[in-house]
Ligand binder design. Structure first.
Ligand code: FAD
Length: 474
């Protein structure tokens, strides 16, 4: 029976463990913190649980719009976020999912070892457990240790006034004024959540658009900026926070023109906040792994180097997930896909992962879903393309739901009509993007989708409509 040792139990590690066990391998899964990794404990799931509370509060504030009045004839009913209850709900969800993972591991005979792992020579892993050091030798090792919050010396996190994304998931109160440093995915998601809870939010982004990620189409960033304005979230683009100082329980943030944008305008300004949330990036969890002794190469920033089959430079040692860094895609479902690919290769099936069609969900308000190429990427590849948009408000279902902001956008090869990119902003965009992913993966054209009957009235009709409009050329 082949044996596989997996270090880290996030969506990369635990999915690899399930797959390896299912295929008859003897599997050991090592975890030094909480089972489920960043995704379940400090990332995807906790943020989306908070987002659901934020949405419930927003809906409560719109009840009149839906014709709902207080029973008993009271004038008006007010609602607010009870952060202790919000965080308690998040904890309940987290524990249910973590508990489920442990039960599945046990049912599949996956041995969980709790402790901090380091690599030794000859495919050996040493685990520092509460009981002592355990040495595990196996045929293959998969490193799935993920990433941690990047800290900047100029923004020293004190977990009280200057906080990080982990802290933002456990706040016991709604801060009055919140400055969020970083307008990437995590910064924007938390901005809309805390704005819904009642904070006055300012996002400071060093580049010249929100979500400055090549795969996110520029139109989505523009739409999000408009929606941020409607939600009264202030956005400072091409600015960086140069200094923060806690004075009398407030944080003074000194903003200046960004060094990352050519000719960024403006001088220094100071804004005051109750809390500054730093969301500027991630750093690899490789410290203490003993990579050098095992012969596992990293790049200059410490991210592990692996080939398309997830093989590192050391024979029999694979790496998957966030620990591969931003050169790949740092998302939970990508870590899982890489985990499946690594297991295939551990078990002797040569397979490289196809990264060409990766959907991503951004849980702002409205949500954004993207898959395939952005216009910018298509242009850079020299592809002749034509784009089409269709507005959410034109859908009967969107009107019925009162969810008007948003758009469907497709990017198709000009001649063939093959869909090469799809970008959706609006209610449930992160679910709606799945159809576009399937279309792109299977090489479908706008005509293929437009000739597929879509149920009415649904938000999914928007994808049909945008393809239909592309065909008509309007
Ligand atoms: P991780 O999930 O980070 O797991 C690694 C595990 O390894 C950890 O449990 C760690 O304790 C353990 N470990 C590390 N070193 C050792 C060691 N030496 N010994 C033993 N164990 C070790 N992605 C999405 O797709 N959708 C989202 O909506 C989303 N939202 C996010 C929101 C936030 C706030 C954050 C921070 C991230 C979000 N992500 C999201 C990203 C997602 O969480 C990561 O891409 C994903 O968790 C990476 O999975 P992984 O298995 O590579 O690593």
């Amino acid at each position: 029976m082949p044996s596989i040792t997996i270090i880290g139990s996030g969506p990369g590690g635990h999915i690899a463990a399930f797959e390896a066990a299912r295929r008859g391998a003897e599997v050991t899964l090592i975890e030094k913190a909480e089972i489920g990794g960043t995704c379940l404990n400090w990332g995807c799931i906790p943020t989306k649980t908070l987002k659901s509370s934020a949405e419930a509060l927003e809906t409560a504030g719109r009840l009149e719009e839906f014709g709902i009045a207080a029973a008993g004839g009271e004038e008006s009913v007010g609602f607010k976020a009870d952060m202790e209850a919000v965080v308690a709900r998040k904890e309940r969800v987290r524990k249910v999912l973590c508990g489920g993972l442990e039960k599945t591991c046990s049912a599949m005979n996956i041995r969980i070892v709790r402790g901090s792992a380091e690599l030794g020579a000859g495919k050996t892993v040493r685990v520092h457990t509460e009981e002592g050091v355990e040495e595990i030798k196996s045929d293959s090792i998969i490193i799935a240790t993920g990433s941690s919050i990047l800290e900047l010396p100029s923004l020293p996190v004190d977990h009280k006034r200057i906080i990080n994304s982990d802290d933002a998931l456990d706040l016991d109160h709604v801060p009055g004024k919140m400055v969020i440093v970083g307008g990437g995915v995590i910064g924007c998601e938390l901005a809309f959540i805390y704005r819904a809870f009642g904070s006055e939010v300012t996002i400071v982004e060093g580049l010249d658009r929100l979500l400055p990620i090549p795969s996110v189409d520029a139109d989505m960033s523009k739409l999000l900026q408009r929606e941020a304005k409607k939600h009264r979230i202030k956005v400072q683009l091409a600015k960086t926070v140069q200094k923060v100082e806690v004075v009398d329980d407030k944080v003074q943030c000194v903003l200046g023109p960004s060094p990352f944008v050519e000719n960024a305008k403006g001088g220094e300004t100071t804004i005051e906040a109750d809390v500054v949330l730093v969301a500027v990036g991630r750093t690899p969890n490789t410290v203490g792994l003993n990579l050098a002794e095992a012969g596992v190469e990293t790049d200059e920033r410490g991210w592990i180097k692996a080939d398309g089959n997830m093989r590192t430079s050391a024979e029999g040692i694979y790496a998957i997930g966030d620990v591969l860094g931003p050169a790949r895609v740092m998302l939970a479902h990508v870590a899982s896909a890489e985990g499946l690919c690594a297991v295939d290769n551990c078990l002797g099936i040569e397979r490289a992962l196809d990264y060409s069609v990766i959907p991503s969900g951004i849980f702002t308000s409205p949500e954004i879903g993207t898959v395939g190429l952005s216009e910018e990427e298509a242009a850079r590849k020299g592809i002749e393309f034509r784009s089409q948009v269709f507005q959410f408000r034109e859908l009967g279902k969107a009107q019925a739901m009162g969810e008007l902001p948003g758009m469907f956008k497709i990017i198709c090869e000009k001649e063939s009509g093959k869909i090469i990119g799809a970008h959706i902003a609006g209610a449930h965009a992160t679910d709606l993007i799945a159809e576009a992913g399937l279309a792109i993966k299977n090489g479908l054209t706008a005509a293929d989708v437009a000739h597929t009957i879509h149920a009415h009235p649904t938000l999914a009709e928007g994808f049909y409509e945008v393809c239909e409009a592309w065909l008509r050329g309007c």
